[in-house]
Design a protein around this ligand. Structure first.
Ligand code: PMP
Length: 328
């Protein structure tokens, strides 16, 4: 065996990136599209289902894109200054972790407010990156965290809230990067895109960038069946973290979508587990929801031969203490 036998190409590994990054913030994006051949085989699917693996982002979720974009856009507009502005955001989810790495890398203080119930892993990750975590009473839910963040904003000089649910840099970065990556990696040969709706930034950005470019392209959102407000139901508690916030955010442009599919927590978890077991891709719960919806579409005769891309926002390990791992 020679050294050239061991080159990445021989194994079908990814090519070298051909550059050195000056900051971790520049590593955001460029995530891979990966097939799930065994899932397709088991479900006898005649469409081609691909997953866009957003856990290849530096801090492991799709939210790294908006964490970076919201901060860099505000910097460009002169609204915030490294070393001076204090960033304040209510979030118990991936957005906090994404803002924390950008804040650390660019020199901002960050205060994250969240309900007491949020997992210890998340709090510790935030503190590891020097973010300040303020816990609010769990009986007040996210509303309590939002109220406290607004209070801090009023009390703190030169404080700024990225406000992921009402910041147009959110859908804009998905139009400029997530959508363009899908287009480039498939040469535009895509028929359907499925994305879970939290802020709606991912689905909206992709739809607005790609639908005008490809006639017939369908973009579907996904929401929890237990809280299907975009389908006219009442909001309710559910276990699909990251999607189904219980209201219709400003960053979701429903008119740009072809519809919003509903998936139950049970179906999302089943799909996420099958993805890990059959194809070796341990995704998070909301990825399972998008995957389930994509597989359901792929089973329909009218999608035979079509390419369906499902967005996988995060990695299974971020949900170690949830029902994704029950019984394991
Ligand atoms: N899944 C997970 C795990 C997330 O953190 C998010 C972002 N809240 C989403 C899905 C939904 O993405 P978006 O906010 O762009 O709708």
């Amino acid at each position: 065996m020679t050294a050239s036998d061991l080159s990445g190409d021989n194994y079908g590994f990814a090519a070298p990136r051909g550059r050195v990054y000056e900051s971790i913030v520049n590593v955001v994006g460029g995530t891979p599209l990966v097939a799930v051949p065994h899932l397709m085989q088991e479900d006898k699917i005649k469409a081609r289902v691909l997953l866009k693996l957003e856990f290849f982002n530096p801090l492991g979720s799709v939210k790294d894109r908006i964490g970076a974009a919201m901060v860099l856009a505000a910097e460009k507009e002169g609204r915030i200054t490294p070393g001076r502005t204090v960033l304040v955001e209510p979030t118990s989810g991936n957005t906090g972790i994404s803002l924390a790495f950008v804040a650390a890398a660019r020199g901002y203080r960050l205060i994250v407010t969240m309900p007491e119930g949020a997992s210890i892993e998340r709090r510790r990750m935030l503190r590891l990156m020097d973010a300040q975590v303020e816990l609010t009473p769990s009986r007040l839910g996210m509303a309590g965290a939002i109220a406290r963040a607004n209070e801090i904003l009023r009390e703190t000089p030169d404080a700024w809230m990225p406000d992921q649910f009402d910041n147009e840099a959110n859908p804009a970065v998905h139009a400029a990067t997530t959508a363009e990556e899908i287009w480039a990696d498939t040469d535009g040969n895509i028929d359907v895109i499925v994305a879970g709706v939290g802020t709606g930034g991912t689905a909206t950005g992709i739809a607005e960038a790609l639908k005008p470019r490809r006639k017939g392209l369908q973009v579907f959102g996904v929401e929890p069946a237990e809280s299907a407000i975009l389908n006219g139901d009442e909001p309710g508690p559910h276990g699909i973290q990251g999607i189904g916030p219980g209201f219709c955010p400003a960053t979701l442009h429903t008119k740009s979508l072809d519809g919003v599919l509903t998936v139950s927590e049970r179906e999302a978890i089943a799909a996420a587990r099958r993805c890990a077991r059959l194809d070796g891709i341990p995704v998070g719960i909301s990825s399972g929801a998008a995957l389930h919806a994509a597989l359901q579409l792929g089973k329909k005769p009218e999608y035979k031969g079509k390419t369906i891309v499902a967005i996988a926002p995060s990695f299974a390990e971020r949900y170690l203490s949830t029902s994704l791992f029950n019984g394991l």
